[in-house]
Design a protein. Structure first.
Length: 106
């Protein structure tokens, strides 16, 4: 239980210092690596105009679901639980289709 709480505390700190405060804002770490990461977000292009945004809460839901098949340390579970809840608090948490940010219009 202590490790779950520690994971939640680390999740709070991660949320405060890395993730944006509001929907549709860019995270504080702006890493871009085409075609997976754009400004710290996982955005996968479909075509020149449309892309899919994989929200962080969905990634951590997957990590948490791995407990069914593998042992996941409690600290990771606490971190994942917090980031799922935090991610679902954004207004756009269920918006997966977005404009393709990799293509620029001139």
């Amino acid at each position: 239980m202590n490790y779950i709480l520690l994971g939640i505390i680390i999740g709070i700190l991660y949320s405060k210092f890395i993730l944006p405060n509001k929907s549709k804002q860019i995270p504080k770490i702006k890493f871009t690596f085409y075609p997976i990461f754009y400004n710290g977000m996982i955005i996968i292009p479909f075509n020149k105009t449309t892309a899919m945004h994989i929200h962080h809460w969905l990634i951590y839901l997957f990590v948490l679901s791995l407990n069914i098949f593998f042992y996941i340390p409690d600290i990771i579970n606490g971190f994942a639980i917090f980031l799922i809840i935090q991610g679902l608090c954004y207004n756009d948490c269920f918006e997966f289709i977005t404009t393709n940010p990799y293509t620029t219009t001139t």
